[in-house]
Each structure stands twice: as C-alpha cells, then as structure tokens.
Design a protein around this ligand. Structure first.
Ligand SMILES: [Zn+2]
Length: 287
C-alpha cells in the first residue's frame, strides 16, 4: 500500500534480528492506539528502538513488516499490547482508530488497522481452543500452533457484504438506504451483513436484503472491498438492481428504509467507509 507521503508498507512475518534500530511502534491499550499528540491536527506513531524508552513495556509484541519511502533504509514496524492501566506520559494519548481517521497519515492508519487485529489475535490465542495447551508462535507464518494436538490458529477475519441497491423509477434513479436502530440519529446507509458459513458472497447479499427489507435484487456485481478492523471484518462491496418486492422492515434491526434520489439524500456515513463510497458512486452516476 502507498500513502500520500510516498511510504510503502511491505507486510512480513519474519522479524529482523536485534539491532534493527529505531522502529515504528503500534502500541495498543485494548483497542486504542498510542499516538504522539504534540501536533493537534496530525498525530504520529512513535519511532524508537524500544517502547521502554517511553515508559511502556509491552506484554507481547508482534512484527508487522517494514516501511520504505524510496530513500534510506526501510523502517521496521511492530505492534504490541500494553497494560491498559498504564498512564501515558505527556504528549501521548491512546485513541480509538475511528477517531484517528484523517488525523493519522493514511499509510499508518492502514497499518494500525492491521496491527489492532494481530494484537487481538495474539492475545486471544495464547492457549489452544481445543485442548487448552499453551500455543507457540510459528517463525515464518502468522500462526499460533498447539504443540499437543497440532491445532493452528490464524488471525480471524469475518467477511461481511455491503450492497447499494438501485431502482429505475419514472422520476429517475433511486438508492435504497436504511437506518439501523444502532445508528446515530438521522443517519441512513446501504445494507450490510455478515457472511454465514457455507454461503457465497452473492447469496449473502440477496439474503441480507431480503431479510432486512423484504426486497429481491438482481444483477449483483462486485464493487470493491475494505478492511474494517472494528473488530475484524472485511467489508465486500456490491451493487445490485431492484427486481421486485415492497419494503417490509425487519423490525428488530431496521428502524426505517426508503428509496432516495441523489438530490435528496439523508445524513450519510463518514467518508472513511466503503458504505459512503458506494453511495457517492451512485450520486456520481446521476450527473
Ligand atoms: Zn491443542
């Protein structure tokens, strides 16, 4: 991945030996990233040889890969889990990733999304889920393996589909947007749901839209994807066209759903989300 500042991140598992010099530390207290806040607008990730130098001694650490920017030696990146009870020194803060979007450089934000999931996976797989034996990290792959029964545990990713459904009407194109009960007041978005075991992505799209609003769709097409580390999803975006059916809300989950025109949209999700990219794409196609 390439950020605006020309950095390129190369993910790796095999850590460099000692003496790697200053490295970037993606330190977490639970799911909050420790950042340097000397500049209120743009926060940064600490770069030093050992986080003990900041008064932070990680419980566990994981090698992530390295960053290169075309000049100079690559800089290695580590994630680490810190005691959430530790108080941070002056000029440091622990913040949720959602709050860091646009305040942390794009490349670093993306690495942080990877890091938080690896920290969480490492914390949750110290013992075998089958026989409770302490697991061991494998040297050349992102795996923890049980020496007793051989069960391997990888970072878990939960795929979810998200779909913009559009419809031709006599008055022009409409997009189907719905309000989940959990959304902030007034916000609408496209429909999304987790993929079930044994289901194709297209089947998931059709099932979710049918379950949540009673609409049948056709021409389901891939749009794009986005890692969504809240806590470990991969959002897979689709577009689809209305086929038949009237809106019937699944009341337990959906507060409202309507067909909106591009010039009369409700409050939308933030720009960082693929949901917003899907809606923006619909709007762009209307002009
Ligand atoms: Zn085991």
């Amino acid at each position: 991945m390439m950020g605006m500042n020309g950095y390129r991140f190369v993910p790796r598992v095999d850590a460099p030996g000692d003496g790697a010099g200053d490295v970037y530390w993606f330190l977490f207290q639970n799911d909050r990233l420790v950042v340097l806040t000397s500049d209120a607008e743009q926060v940064t990730v600490p770069c030093l040889a050992d986080p003990a130098g900041m008064g932070l001694s990680p419980v566990r650490r994981q090698y992530l890969g390295y960053l290169e920017n075309g000049t100079g030696a690559p800089v290695h990146c580590y994630s680490a889990e810190c005691d959430p009870a530790l108080s941070l020194g002056e000029g440091m803060a622990a913040e949720g990733l959602r709050q860091l979007y646009t305040r942390l450089d794009d490349t670093f934000f993306s690495i942080a999304g990877r890091a938080v999931q690896i920290v969480e996976w490492d914390r949750n797989h110290q013992f075998c889920g089958r026989c409770a034996t302490p697991t061991e990290a494998m040297p050349n792959e992102r795996t923890r393996r049980c020496p007793q029964c051989g069960l391997s545990s990888y970072p878990r990713i939960s795929p979810a589909t998200i779909c913009a459904v559009t419809r031709h009407t006599e008055d022009g194109e409409r997009i189907l947007l719905a309000r989940n009960h959990r959304f902030p007041a007034g916000r609408y978005s496209v429909l999304a749901g987790f993929v079930e075991a044994g289901e194709s992505l297209e089947e998931c799209v059709a099932r979710e839209i049918d379950e949540e609003v009673g609409i049948q769709v056709k021409n389901i097409r891939y749009f794009g994807s986005q890692p969504w580390p809240f806590p470990n999803s991969l959002m897979i975006g689709f577009t689809a066209e209305y086929d038949h059916g009237d809106i019937v809300l699944e009341d337990a989950e959906i507060a409202d759903a309507q067909w909106f025109s591009a010039d009369n949209l409700p409050q939308l999700p933030p720009p960082m989300s693929i949901a917003r990219r899907l809606i923006d794409d619909f709007v762009t196609r209307q002009v």
